[in-house]
Design a protein around this ligand. Sequence first.
Ligand code: GDD
Ligand code: MG
Length: 348
Amino acid sequence: TNYLVIMAGGIGSRFWPVSTAQTPKQFLDMLGTGRTLFQHTVDRFKTICPPENILVVTSESYTEIVKEQCPELLDANILAEPCMRNTAPCIAYASYKIKKLNPKANIVVSPADHLIEDLDIFRKEVEKGLEFTANNKAILTLGISPTRPETGYGYIETTDKDADIARVAAFKEKPNLATAQEYLSQGGYYWNAGIFFWSVSTIIAAFEKYNPTLATTFQKGFDQLNTPQENTFIREEFPKCESISIDYSVMEKADNLFVQKATFSWSDLGTWGSLWEKSTKSQAGNVSAAAKTKFYESANNLVHTSSLKQVIIQGLDDYIVVESKGTLLICKKQEEQRIKEFLKDLEG
Ligand code: GDD
Ligand code: MG
């Protein structure tokens, strides 16, 4: 039986000031399609997994938003984290719960904030991945052909460039720029799409081997999962989990790692720049959402406003101009990774 776990507990800080801790980007209509990124995520798995087999792991402060946005999900399948502990504890929580529901379950894990096009290809490739992990004790991830030395992704070195599914030679999470450039010039590397496949027994065996502390926590609370005591256990023990991503915790260490080539169009809508890349642009490369914007002698900007009627931009190239909730951000597109830092300074 197939299960889907959606990780929807991030705060999307690089999309500030639109994405905030109160309403992070996955629950916003970032693309102007009338559906939020989270709703699109649920939609694209609909033919693969019935709603009763979809689990959403999120912060306890977002559980109401999740219910509102996807009323077809079961309340019992919305897992509330009392605090953010990154993706390893998030996946462990869902995995042990699923183990109790069905020890033979086969799982696909997906982020909640990606933009995926070519949905027919996507579905075929997800089904193929699930079939692989149903028949092999493998950790499988989808690999995207890299187009730039992006330092925000995990890199997968394959043992066979031509195979659809190949054993992974090495996994490196978020390398520095020099290393990423080297990978690109060497060839034979994929970006980790962040979409994982495994049977429940395989991922739990991996936690036992590579993160025994985390495994022990959930083994101890196993009897309480899916009972009225679950909440008490999670509130008590979850905050004690080490904050670490699945990529550092398991993917970099595992030896039964496989990669499946992904051929659909994929983008982690992680930053304003990635949204600009994906948007329909004017001839000069400008993108504007919401307010009526007039550009003069300006190119390759992204303007995103919420309460303004009109915006006029003159002599500006390669900038992000975002207005939301009384805040105005004007930032060079190249410097957008620093938005996290600006936000910290404001809060500090
Ligand atoms: N429930 C929960 N709890 N979800 C979380 C948490 C958490 O503490 N932290 C992050 N998430 C969710 C985010 O909302 C997102 O949907 C997903 O988990 C991935 O987290 P990101 O923070 O976006 O990870 P990343 O983009 O830096 O890196 C990961 O994804 C890349 C591709 O998009 C890694 O897997 C990389 O290797 C990969 O290349
Ligand atoms: Mg991401």
